[in-house]
Design a protein around this ligand. Structure first.
Ligand code: PMT
Length: 399
């Protein structure tokens, strides 16, 4: 089921008594980590209400191509593009016929025409309808078109007949849906990434921070999700949109970032990547009111913040731990010392003395170091660097 993590499933429900099982299927898909949106045909709504499916999926149910409010939220073409898999369960004989012959006479049929995603159907109908030569011809056409067909099963039917035509159970459909997707580099792994700066308040209007924009960490989060991982991104104060399929936790202070990281490590994480530029020190006291310019000098006493990545690597539930090092001199020597002092599995170091790499730039260049090895990732966009680094981390993690 790991393969369903982060996957976007468009669940089509057509008319049939098995439609009640679709409600359970929504839950099971979500439990497997998938994001589910539901489309119902008019006859499906005779068996189960859109409200039920909306409550379960947590999203409005799409029923009509000509509904302006639904189109405004996510138009049918957008929905067709959004899906990683269109799964029609139950698929009636009528729907199979329409799909086989390329009809676009309702929203679900149109979405099937408009999508580039794989399509899977779980047929459900009376055994005689299933055995009928027209249905069997349509089945062949659909199989030739590359549509995945899950089931049907044989057994006693709602109409009293016994034979082939029952929809598979939700767990069987779930298993088959997972098999549509290939294993990716990080399928089933939970990757936690911290990113951006932290802000340590001096008074209500002033703080200590640094130049980190969060771009490097956000790029890594995006690429880890694209590699099939479940990703939690713990972000300091940055001005960046959340990458698709990523769960974001916003924090401000180093202590908050520490707490958020520890919470995710406690709840289970496979790989931790520390790109954040955590403030090493914070003021001992944060003034309640704005400090006035009454004296020539102001002395602020600073105290060390907790070292987040070292605490992660020292945790009883230690994940594979990757640190970053931002250096301006003796880059490799300092980074190698941090690899060992912080008990890391890998460290990615960037020389941040230049203008076009590291802090707040769209580009970066890294030397990635691990015990007994290293690899240079030459200057490239942060997205390209993130792609290479995620591949390297996945390889080292498996080793
Ligand atoms: O955010 P961008 O603008 O895209 O810039 C990216 C970056 C330059 C911030 C990034 O590539 C980078 O180098 N991040 C690490 C910055 C840093 O704080 O390096 P450091 O050498 O001071 O710390 C070493 C490691 O310890 C880092 O993984 C850091 O997250 C971690 N650390 C440091 C202090 C602390 N209290 N807790 C920590 O976990």
């Amino acid at each position: 089921m790991d393969r369903l993590v982060n996957k976007r499933i468009l669940l089509g429900v057509t008319g049939g008594i098995a439609a009640y099982k679709s409600a359970d299927l929504v839950r099971r898909l979500q439990d497997a980590g998938a994001d589910v949106r539901v489309v119902m045909t008019a006859s499906a709504q005779e068996f189960i209400t859109p409200l039920t499916m909306q409550a379960l999926s947590g999203h409005p149910v799409h029923t009509d191509m000509l509904d302006p409010s639904a189109e405004a939220a996510m138009g049918h073409i957008e929905l067709a593009r959004w899906a990683d898999l269109v799964l029609v369960a139950p698929a009636s004989a009528n729907f199979m016929a329409r799909l086989a012959h390329g009809h676009g006479n309702d929203l679900l049929a149109t979405l099937c025409l408009a999508t580039g995603a794989p399509i899977a159907i779980a047929p459900a109908m009376n055994q005689q309808m299933w055995a009928d030569s027209s249905t069997q011809k349509n089945l062949l056409i659909l199989q030739e078109k590359g549509v995945h067909v899950f089931g049907p099963a044989a057994g006693s039917q709602a109409c009293g007949d016994v034979g082939e035509g029952r929809m598979l159970e939700p767990m069987q459909i779930l298993q088959s849906a997972a098999e549509v997707f290939e294993y990716q580099l990080l399928t089933g792994k939970h990757v936690v990434i911290n990113a951006g700066p932290t802000r340590e308040a001096i008074d209500p209007v002033r703080y200590i921070t640094n130049k980190s924009s969060g771009k490097m960490g956000f790029a890594l989060a995006e690429l880890a999700a694209e590699a099939g991982a479940k990703v939690t991104l713990i972000a300091g104060p940055v001005n960046l949109p959340t990458p698709a399929r990523v769960t974001r936790v916003d924090v401000t202070r180093a202590q908050e970032m520490f707490d958020a990281c520890m919470e995710t490590i406690e709840s289970g994480c496979d790989i931790f990547i520390a790109t954040a530029a955590v403030a090493d020190y914070r003021p001992v006291v944060t003034a309640d009111h704005k400090i006035k310019k009454s004296t020539e000098e102001v002395h602020i006493t600073l105290v060390k913040n907790p070292d987040i990545v070292a605490s992660v690597s020292g945790h009883a539930k230690r994940p594979f731990t990757v640190g970053f090092a931002a250096e301006t001199q003796d880059v490799i020597a300092y980074a190698t010392a941090k690899l060992s002092n912080k008990n890391l599995d890998m460290i990615a170091t960037n020389d941040v003395s230049g203008q076009n790499v590291g802090f707040n730039s769209d580009n970066n260049a890294l030397t990635v170091i691990w015990p007994n090895g290293h690899k240079v990732l030459p200057l490239a966009s942060k997205r390209q660097i993130a792609k290479q680094l995620i591949e390297l981390i996945a390889i080292r993690y498996r080793q």
